[in-house]
Design a protein around this ligand. Sequence first.
Ligand code: HEM
Length: 78
Amino acid sequence: MPTSFKTDIAPIFAPFYAQMIWRFDLRVYEQVKANALLIDQFISSDPDNRMPPANYGPPLSGQDIATFKTWIAEGCPP
Ligand code: HEM
């Protein structure tokens, strides 16, 4: 089964959409796809630069980050 935005990616980002809506809507397929490489950099980044920011809690899990990378590698399926 390939990954899909709807079942695998949207649930990871949904809790954070309100804080990022000024830039893009993390619930919307086209917007996450358009910013996928940038988002990948930020969720994988060091604590000073990462998303979600350190004062908003723990980083995404290694599994969630791996799922996002797989989704990109599969061509960002909807
Ligand atoms: C997993 C959830 C999140 C993702 C994937 C994400 C992604 C990103 C990305 C890709 C940027 C860079 C935008 C650009 O350079 O054009 C960014 C910036 C930013 N995000 Fe998020 N974000 C998340 C959660 C949050 C949360 C919870 C907050 C809470 C306030 C937040 C606040 C900000 C702010 C203030 C910036 C601009 C300043 C900076 O780069 O540090 N984000 N985010």
